[in-house]
Ligand binder design. Structure first.
Ligand SMILES: Nc1ncnc2c1ncn2[C@@H]1O[C@H](COP(=O)(O)OP(=O)(O)OP(=O)(O)O)[C@@H](O)[C@H]1O
Length: 491
């Protein structure tokens, strides 16, 4: 998706809310919008599904210029999730989720099957929740239904505006984890506005840091932004503890583990002590026949023992190889060992991790972060020249202007840019005059339900024509191909 040179001026005001923004959104990835209040995040998001009409500029989705196509039609291909789900109170959970499929003319059986599938996807029991009304749900459950509804017609693009803003921190964390799981299955193109930088780090493949007028201050991976904030503004935005934040996306598997000295219960403590001394180490890990850790013994403990333990010490500082470095550090601090034992599938011993290893991993992440390539993001009104397909061309491209500062873009973004150029040529032929409209636009009604009337859709977008009947048209998902540029190590 490409937001190309888009400007929004409210009520003809002099100062634009969004100023000549050009932004590539790589397919199948999550882009997080962060920035101070009033900087234009929501305006930018709503221009993507045209709840707000841009004053200038274009929007290219999947190589197609959608700037002038019917807004109602566009919104059926773009899922929209807002705070507290934005559910319609007079409709059941099933009816809320089935809204877009119904508009698309799906038959009842197909809608019912899709509703059940989606409730399952968002971890809500089908029998319990299908016929409830929104007011009979908790905040977190409403939010889940909101996500299910946005996914109903399998749209390739999902827009989320502070989706988890209205729930408590624990539910919020759970919903974030669920979104990560869902995304690893569905590979949607997701654009998400948040106030919470930690949420951006956790969920985003890319983070766009905006300043007033939706000016891009930095557009890069969470790793890169944390390691190399573009300027003081970004530093302030990250807040204190950038290093600690990095621990939240780096995994134990990313760190170089130490092998450790291994003993077995049928050996004598003396034998194992000798191994420890030979290796010039301080401890040995005792493993059972399936390589699961039983004990972690110091030289001193080994020298005092008659025989090695056969039962597992329940206080062992264990961390899973898939845990975050933050979890690993937590285990080490709790056990005051300065190290932890890493286990993998079925609790099999993988190695040892220490505070030092964690520090090295962060350093390495910082170095590799610097080598990754970010999508285009600037306010210069420019998109890079396109001379052909694929990454080879990208490598030859001139360096871009703007704070995003990287020199090449993901390959799929090339398609969007080429589409933009093609579309520019076609532009004179006029907009897609689709007369089809709808009774209840979930994007719009969801939005209206959540905000006071004055803050909802722009006047020019509220004049939807009457519903002209159902059409067997279906929002087609994109190929769902994972982008080859997806940063390594990201979920
Ligand atoms: N309907 C409107 N009419 C006039 N000005 C508006 C309208 N909606 C937003 N604005 C202004 O446009 C600017 C950008 O607003 P927007 O809601 O996009 O910011 P935001 O970054 O999403 O803010 P927040 O984080 O507080 O939600 C603000 O200065 C806001 O006052």
């Amino acid at each position: 998706m490409l937001i190309e040179n888009v400007t929004k001026r409210y009520g003809g005001g002099k100062k634009p809310a969004v100023d000549q923004l050009t932004l590539e959104i790589p397919a199948g990835q999550i882009v997080m919008f962060v920035g101070p209040s009033g900087c234009g995040k929501t305006t930018t998001l709503k221009m993507i599904n045209r709840l707000i009409e841009p004053t200038e500029g274009r929007l290219i989705i999947n190589g197609e210029d959608v700037t002038d196509i019917n807004g109602d039609k566009l919104r059926r291909k773009i899922g929209y999730v807002i705070q507290a789900g934005g559910l319609l109170p007079h409709l059941t959970v099933a009816a809320n989720i089935g809204l877009v499929p119904k508009m698309l003319g799906w038959d009842k059986a197909r809608i019912a099957a899709r509703v059940d599938e989606l409730l399952d996807l968002v971890s809500l029991d089908v029998e319990t929740y299908r016929d409830r009304y929104p007011k009979e749900l908790s905040g977190g459950q409403q939010q889940r239904v909101g996500v299910a509804r946005a996914l109903a017609a399998d749209p390739p693009v999902l827009l989320m505006d502070e989706p988890f803003g209205a729930v408590d921190p624990i539910t919020r964390q759970r919903l974030q984890d669920e979104l990560i799981n869902i995304q690893s299955e569905l590979h949607k193109t997701i654009v998400c506005v948040t106030h919470d930088f930690d949420e951006a780090v956790k969920l985003g493949d890319w983070i766009a840091v905006f300043d007033e007028g939706a000016r891009i201050v930095q557009y890069d991976t969470p790793e890169q932004i944390l390691a190399n904030p573009a300027n003081e503004f970004v530093e302030n935005f990250i807040g204190s503890g950038a290093g600690l934040k990095q621990l939240n996306f780096a995994r134990v598997a990313d760190a170089e583990l130490r092998p450790g000295v291994i003993g077995r219960p049928d050996q004598t403590p003396e034998e194992v002590l000798k191994l420890v001394q030979l290796a010039e180490r301080r401890n040995a890990v005792i493993l059972d026949e399936r390589d699961r850790p039983l004990a972690w013994l110091s030289r001193e403990q080994l020298s005092r023992m008659d025989r090695l333990p056969r039962e597992r010490d329940e206080d062992l500082p264990l961390v899973n190889i898939r845990s975050t470095l933050n979890d690993a550090l937590d285990s080490m601090l709790q056990a005051s060992t300065g190290s932890a034992i890493v286990v993998g599938h079925r609790d099999q011993f993988q190695g040892l991790i220490s505070v030092e290893t964690v520090m090295n991993a962060i350093r390495e992440l910082r170095d590799t972060a610097a080598q990754r390539e970010a999508p285009v993001g600037n306010n210069t009104g420019q998109i890079p020249r396109v001379e052909g397909h694929g990454r080879d061309d990208a490598a030859d491209r001139e360096p871009r202007e703007g704070a995003a500062g990287s020199s090449a873009a993901p390959a799929d973004a090339d398609t969007e840019r080429e589409g933009a150029q093609r579309a520019a040529a076609d532009r004179s032929s006029g907009a897609d005059a689709d007369a089809d409209a709808e009774r209840e636009d979930p994007a719009r009604t969801a939005d209206d339900a959540a905000r006071p009337a004055s803050a909802s859709a722009e006047p020019e977008t509220t004049s939807g024509t009457p519903w002209a009947g159902t059409r067997p048209e279906q929002a087609r998902p994109e190929s769902g191909v994972e982008n080859p540029d997806r940063p390594e190590g990201r979920p």
